[in-house]
Ligand binder design. Structure first.
Ligand code: PLP
Length: 374
């Protein structure tokens, strides 16, 4: 089977990740922070090591400001609902996933307003102009994806961070598609909160994500419950991470995330980029050789390539590819707003998501299979 659905989740994991998860389950999986015995302490130590590694890699500068969540969506809900309230205004990009749009839509019922700024086809200056034009005195947060999940457009986060800083606005970044692909430094880019998944390009397993909080970014907790410390009061502890981490953490998934992050660090982001861009360019060249295929925003080179056959609906093409042993994803990819911005038809399009563990031979195989189908 050839797996080209890495933008949804990476399926082929480094062996070190599988081993780290198994070792954690077999030897370390006490309840972290809930006991003083050796197995509980082993779990807590593994979790702290992962907090430190994430803090270091993403320029947070404070391991306790790394909050573990279930996934990116959970992290985004915590950041968005934790800072926006009645009367506030927010800005989002036109490339947002429903993980950003739906929490904001839910908040709209509570008196939060939001506007959408354009991105597709624009350079950094034009994007910043679009943001400036939509700012209001009530704008409290700008929430944006770092990299689109349906094409390889990425946003100029450093420039957006500088603008948000100048205007006193919080910047919440969805790094679902960029963590593990693009360099990110929270302090350097002036990001207030960064939401990321373990299970995509950081090669961890499902069940874990993280919200990284800058100094001064202290959203309200989304959940209340046991925190393992300070059990007597009826309110959550004041300090992160316990303030936000009610209930038992997914220790095996966190152990996997640490191993995945170490894999990414040892390969290096430059090498990861070199590999995924080479796969992208090879696939783009092959797809462009078909008269009946349409590609969307394919000048933006990266790890995601979106296309359609002019006569075959995207879901049918994806199903046929699957029968031939190639896993891709079709439809709207939880991002109907982004599909509209790219001009795909109502049925969406077919997405290829590359990982640094894919090979050029797999792109050759995709080409042969597509030729047969088309
Ligand atoms: N944001 C973007 C841009 C995504 O691509 C995804 C998932 O594909 C999400 C958010 C949601 O991520 P998760 O499934 O980890 O909650």
């Amino acid at each position: 089977m050839i797996y080209l659905d890495n933008a949804a989740t990476t399926f082929i994991k480094p062996q070190a990740v599988t081993e780290a998860v198994m070792n954690c389950i077999r030897f370390e999986c006490g309840n972290p922070g809930r006991g003083a015995h050796a197995i509980s302490l082993a779990a807590a130590e593994r979790i702290y090591a992962c907090r430190e590694a994430l803090s270091d890699f993403f320029g947070v500068g404070a391991p306790e400001r790394v909050i573990f969540t279930l996934n990116t969506t959970h992290a985004l809900n915590l950041a968005i609902k934790g800072v926006l309230g009645y009367g506030d205004h927010a800005l989002i990009s036109e490339l947002e996933h429903n993980a950003v749009r739906r929490p904001l839509y839910a908040l709209a019922a509570q008196g939060v307003q939001f506007d959408v700024f354009p991105v597709v086809g624009l350079d950094t200056e034009a994007i910043l102009r679009g943001i400036r034009e939509r700012l209001t005195p009530k704008t409290a947060a700008l929430i944006t994806t770092h990299a689109s999940n349906i094409c390889s457009i990425s946003l100029p986060i450093r420039a957006i961070g500088a603008l948000c800083k100048e205007k006193g606005i919080r910047l919440i970044v969805d790094a679902a598609q960029s963590a593990g692909h693009l360099p990110i430094d929270l302090r350097d880019m002036q990001i207030s909160a960064l939401a990321l998944p373990a299970h995509k390009a950081l090669f961890g397993i499902q069940g874990c994500g993280a919200l990284l909080l800058a100094e001064g970014m202290d959203p309200k907790p989304l959940l209340e419950g046991g925190s393992g410390v300070d059990s007597a009061p009826l309110v959550m502890p004041n300090e992160p991470p316990e303030r936000y981490e009610a209930g038992t953490l997914p220790t095996p998934a966190i152990a996997g995330l640490l191993a995945g992050l170490n894999f990414v660090r040892s390969l290096g982001l430059d090498e990861i980029r070199r590999r995924t861009e080479a796969l992208f360019l090879a696939a783009r060249e092959r797809l462009l050789s078909f008269r009946d295929l349409e590609l969307y925003q394919a000048d933006a080179v990266g790890s995601v390539l979106l296309f359609n056959h002019r006569q075959i609906p995207s879901t049918e093409l994806a199903r046929t590819l699957d029968r031939e042993g190639i896993a891709v994803r079709a439809g709207l990819h939880c991002a109907p707003l982004a599909h509209r911005a790219l001009g795909t038809p109502a049925g969406g399009a077919v997405r290829l998501g590359f990982s640094s563990l894919n090979t050029p031979e797999e792109i050759d195989a995709l080409y042969s299979v597509l030729r047969r189908i088309v």
